[in-house]
Every structure is written in C-alpha cells, then in structure tokens.
Design a protein around this ligand. Structure first.
Ligand code: SAH
Length: 254
C-alpha cells in the first residue's frame, strides 16, 4: 500500500502559524479533507489535489472517508484547526480505526501538530499559562453536562488555570453562562479572566476582565477563555493594555 493519512494541524488562523512539517504534508497530499474554513487556511492548493470539504459535525464519517481513501492508495491529509489532537480530528480518526476495518491498522497514519487556540490566546495576552493549567471543552455534544461540571469543580478546587474551549455555539448559548456561574461559587470574583476571540489572526480581540464581570455574551464559537488561578495577575502599563501572567513558582502566589 502506498497510501498514507496525515492529520495536519493548521493552527488558529494565520498562515504563518502553520508549521513547515504540516505544510509539507498538505502539499504532498493527493486529497485534502476537512471543514471548509480550515481548508481555507491552506495558502496554496495545487490543481491536481482533490478537495473534500465537509460539514464540521460529521467528524467520524470524515475520518472513515479519509481512511478508506488512504487504504485505496491515496495520500490523504485531514485538515484540522489548531492542533489535531486537541478536541479535534486525530482522536476521531483513531476512534474510526479502533472500530473499523482491520486493514486500517496497517496504514501509515501520522499526526502533524499545530498551534492550539489556547497557546495562541495565551501568547496574545502575556503568559497566563505560566503555571499548571488544564483545558476543558464546554461542548456537551459528546459528554454530559454533569461531567463538565465535575471537571470544572475539580479544576477550580485544585486551582488550575482553566482554558475553556467551545464556550458557545449557535445551538448552545447557555453553557458558558452556567460555567461562569459555577466557577464564581468556587473562585474569587477578582480572578483574572481572559476572552480571546480569533486568536492568532489579524482580527484577534483580547478582553481582560475578572470572573465577577466576565460577560457570557462576549463568547462565541471562535472564543477561547482562560480563567486564571489564584496567582494569575496583571502588570499595568500606563496607556497600554496590561500584560497577564501566572508566576511559575508557588511562592509568588498571593
Ligand atoms: N483543534 C482546535 C480546537 C477545536 S475546538 C485547536 O487546537 O485549537 C473549537 C474551539 O476552539 C472553539 O470553539 C474555540 O473555543 C477554540 N478556537 C479555535 N480557534 C480559535 C481561535 N483562533 N481563537 C480563539 N479560539 C479558538
């Protein structure tokens, strides 16, 4: 079999944030598969490349389609926003392999990492992930709200900085309201909170606020939220946006 399958991360938006390794996989592929807006992040698509654009919600079907093409000898790149291993296509491909055709296990499958939204968002504000942190997706498409609540509570109690993916979508507006309400019962209202929309793009918008004042309406499906730990703090600069950082050492915590 000469086919292969690479799941390539195209980063948060800017073409500059696509790694050379991911670019190489994208240019060597005969077939590109992915959600339309992610395919749009590829700077150049060759005339001989076949593009299979799909809906964002049919991840498992997309994964099976990609595996079947690779098994038929095609060189397939599955395109994922950010990093393919973070709430994205790489796990969907392995779920499909796990439950799918036995010969799929022999395929040449590779993952090319990308800059995940959390890292692009953090970089735009300073160093909020400088201490221990965790990432939680607020989407309850694939898990129950009870599970999300349990993880938010555990993260708050352990005083992790918490990166929240999927805070809202057109279909769900209430998750982030409920998450903020729960976190307010567990963490101080002064906790530094960041909302970063379209991180890693020219339209990036960083909102620095507190947990007490964070407005759920400000978060949409292109927003990444970072709720600080007890030690996350601001460095004020006259006339300029403050920097946000979390000290590396516990001694720095107040
Ligand atoms: N694999 C992606 C995440 C997919 S989940 C990654 O590694 O980034 C989709 C969620 O990611 C969105 O709802 C949003 O919370 C976040 N996200 C993706 N791109 C973003 C961007 N450019 N700016 C802010 N958040 C983003």
């Amino acid at each position: 079999m000469s086919g292969w399958l690479t799941i390539a991360g195209v980063g948060p938006g800017d073409a500059d944030l696509i790694t050379p390794a991911a670019s190489r996989a994208l240019s060597e592929a005969t077939d590109l598969i992915g959600y339309g807006p992610y395919l749009d992040r590829i700077p150049e698509i060759g005339p001989k490349q076949t593009v299979h654009a799909s809906d964002n919600r049919v991840e498992l079907d997309r994964a099976r389609h990609a595996l079947a093409l690779a098994a038929a000898g095609r060189k397939v790149a599955v395109v994922s926003g950010g990093d393919p291993g973070v709430f994205a296509m790489a796990a969907a491909v392995f779920e499909a392999v796990d439950k799918g055709e036995p010969e799929w296990r022999d395929l040449d499958i590779r993952i090319e990492p990308g800059v995940t939204a959390m890292l692009a968002a953090a970089a735009s504000a300073g160093a909020p992930l400088g201490g221990d942190f965790c990432a939680i997706s607020l989407s309850d498409n694939l898990k129950s709200w009870a599970t999300i609540e349990r993880r938010l509570k555990a993260a708050a109690e352990a005083d992790f900085v918490i990166a929240l993916y999927n805070p809202a979508s057109r279909a769900r507006a209430h998750q982030i309201e409920k998450a903020f309400a729960l976190l307010r019962t567990l963490k101080g209202s002064e906790t530094v909170t960041l909302l970063v929309r379209a991180a890693g793009t020219a339209e990036a918008k960083v909102t620095i606020t507190t947990l007490g004042e964070a407005a759920p309406q400000a978060a949409d499906m292109r927003t990444l939220i970072i709720v600080g730990s007890r030690s996350t703090r601001l460095i004020h600069r006259p006339g300029r946006t403050p920097w946000v950082y979390t000290p590396r050492s516990e001694e720095e915590a107040t």
